[in-house]
Design a protein around this ligand. Structure first.
Ligand code: DON
Length: 575
């Protein structure tokens, strides 16, 4: 009898151990496959994923008050200005992709513009050489900011709550202060000497004793600027005291933005560009972003390959994706620029046959040399300077917005008296044909400087539909790696069946034609995969973090599932 009782108990322990060993083996196998594990809470009434917990909370509060995605986006945008100063962004610009619950789409281009007094040679010396740093760390590096106009324009057309109500949370955060994260403390301490060097009188964000996690950051001048924007809308920024302070700041150095440049700034509604990848429909940003065109090209280029069979980050998957990236970035260098100034052959570039043909000359046995790849003939590195946020509301409206100051803390020039940083976006132009910009990207005529022109961007805010329904909202900062990060995140979900958080967590790699190297995050590729690629002639370079993706997935059962990038302080909140 006793034996009979003991027997099942032994069996139970044996089975338990067996299950535990199996779970352990499964986890080890998974980690060897580099497939991250994570689970995410799910929401139905709305979700915000963005770079700081404060801004995410502001966005969620607006949704809970009955605001729609655009209301939440405006509130998040201004809250990020206060709580994520690395990326600004009232002194910068950005791009928005919007999809209404009924399926209609729009994009808003609030990218900065070259000032009227700019010209193609403005960063060259008399011998035609690029003057180091002039397009990056000076007053002359700034394009005319677009973000305030962008937010006002979006709100006017699509917002529902009162504008003032959306700006107030940012004013409160600026005036009362907020506790800074370790990351922001480090970023501020690291940039202190640049702030001092570039702003003899008006350096903000400096703590003589050094910032530490949990310190309170109060920004009174910024609060006053935001109050003017709250009370006067776009005019609170583009005319009156703030505009005058921007122009005064310009005059105190070599800056060229005038009051007329500010008055004349207007964002532009543009039709989204779209393409199909298997049963998914991709809705993304047209030029002056190169990101949307490149993303569609990349997806068309890899479509016919059995990525799912090869597996996530296997040598064959990486090789095909890298070869696609090499070809697409070569096209970017020649054909992409501001469509208001240069005829970008969008339809030809995103044509599926064109991209599949571009892949025909790649050789499985050896890396194609970038020197052997020219832009096709068609019919027609890590930091926090940019930020992305994805928002959905309870009705199913979605918005994907990426904004940037370009470099971390932009030009590091503050607008004295107004409390915010200016962008150094002029470096995104091709300041001399063939000379790489800060991201190593090269360009030519399509992206040369002309007064009033928008500099080419890699920002790739994107929305994906499946069977005609909202499926994913995605985007990231990361300079030239933005495009490939969005590409990989989408494939991680639709080819490799990751959930949203896993897709965001997954380690990434990147190729951009020139320089001819594959940059990889530590741990992205297994040793044997690396060895195979190296033996075929790929140059692998390990790099810190790639991208900072904030995304939302709509699950089969209709829930919102977020992916907030652990590479930053990124936060997902929903209800
Ligand atoms: O618009 C662009 O492509 C660049 N100014 C983006 C810069 C960026 O993403 C930096 N981020 N980490």
């Amino acid at each position: 009898m006793l034996n009979n009782i003991k027997q099942p108990s032994n069996n139970f322990i044996f089975h338990l151990l067996r299950v535990l060993v199996l779970i352990l083996l499964f986890q080890i196998a998974k980690s060897q496959d580099n497939i991250p594990t994570a689970s995410s809470p799910k929401y139905k009434k709305g979700m915000v994923v963005c770079a700081t917990p404060y801004a995410a909370q502001v966005g969620l509060d607006i949704l809970k008050k009955g605001g729609n995605v655009i209301d939440a986006a405006v509130a998040v945008q201004f809250a990020l200005q206060v709580t994520h100063p690395e990326a600004g962004n009232i002194g910068g610009g950005g791009l928005m992709v919007y999809r209404a619950a009924n399926g209609t789409t729009k994009t808003l281009d609030f990218r900065e513009k070259a000032p009227a007094n700019s010209n193609a040679n403005m960063y060259l010396d008399s011998t035609g050489k690029v003057i180091p740093d002039l397009s990056l760390n000076t007053r002359k590096a700034s394009g005319v900011p677009g973000s305030v106009d962008g937010m006002a324009t979006a709100h006017k057309k699509l917002g529902s709550l009162k504008w003032a109500e959306l700006i107030q949370p940012a004013i409160d955060l600026a005036r009362k202060g907020f506790k800074i994260s370790k990351r922001l403390a480090n970023d501020l301490n690291r940039t202190k000497s640049d702030f001092v060097k570039n702003n003899q009188q008006n350096a903000y964000l400096i703590n003589e004793n050094g910032w530490k996690e949990g310190d309170l950051l109060v920004q009174e001048d910024l609060a006053k600027t935001l109050e003017l924007i709250r009370d006067k809308g776009r005019d609170g920024f583009y005319s009156g005291p703030v505009a005058n302070l921007i122009v005064k700041e310009m005059k105190s150095g070599n800056g060229i933005i005038t009051n007329a440049d500010l008055e004349n700034y207007h964002s532009v509604w543009r039709n989204a560009i779209t393409g199909d990848y298997k049963k998914y429909h991709i809705i993304t940003m047209p030029p002056p972003s190169s990101g949307g065109v490149a993303l569609l090209q990349l997806l068309q280029s890899v479509k016919k390959y059995p990525l799912i069979k090869w597996g996530f980050n296997s040598d064959s998957t990486v090789q095909v994706m890298v070869e696609a990236e090499r070809r697409v970035y070569a096209d970017r260098s020649k054909y992409l620029g501001d469509p208001d100034f240069f005829k970008v052959p969008v339809d030809s570039l995103i044509n599926p046959q064109y991209n599949q043909k571009r892949m025909e000359n790649f050789d499985w046995n050896a890396a194609t040399l970038s020197s052997a790849i020219l832009p096709g003939i068609v019919a027609g590195y890590e930091s926090d300077q940019t930020t992305h946020y994805s928002i959905v509301d309870g009705e199913g409206n979605a918005v994907s917005i990426t904004t940037t100051l370009n470099d971390t803390f932009g030009s590091k020039v503050f607008v004295g008296g107004a409390g915010f940083l200016l962008n150094d976006e002029m470096d995104d132009f091709s300041i001399k044909p063939g000379v790489p910009n800060m991201y190593g990207l090269v360009g030519g005529k399509a992206n040369s400087i002309e007064p009033g022109k928008r500099m080419l961007s890699s920002m790739t805010p994107t929305i994906v539909e499946k069977d005609g329904k909202l499926f994913m909202v995605v985007g990231t900062p990361g300079g030239s790696t933005i495009i490939t990060s969005v590409f990989q995140t989408i494939l991680n979900v639709i080819e490799f069946n990751f959930d949203m958080q896993q897709a965001v967590d997954a380690k990434k790699f990147h190729h951009q034609w020139l320089p001819d190297v594959v940059t990889i995050e530590k741990g992205a590729l297994q040793e044997n995969c690396k060895n195979i690629l190296i033996s075929k002639g790929y140059k692998l370079v390990e790099k810190g973090a790639i991208g900072r993706v904030d995304a939302i997935l709509i699950t089969n059962d209709g829930y919102y599932q977020g992916g907030a990038d652990p590479r930053g302080d990124d936060t997902k909140l929903g209800w």
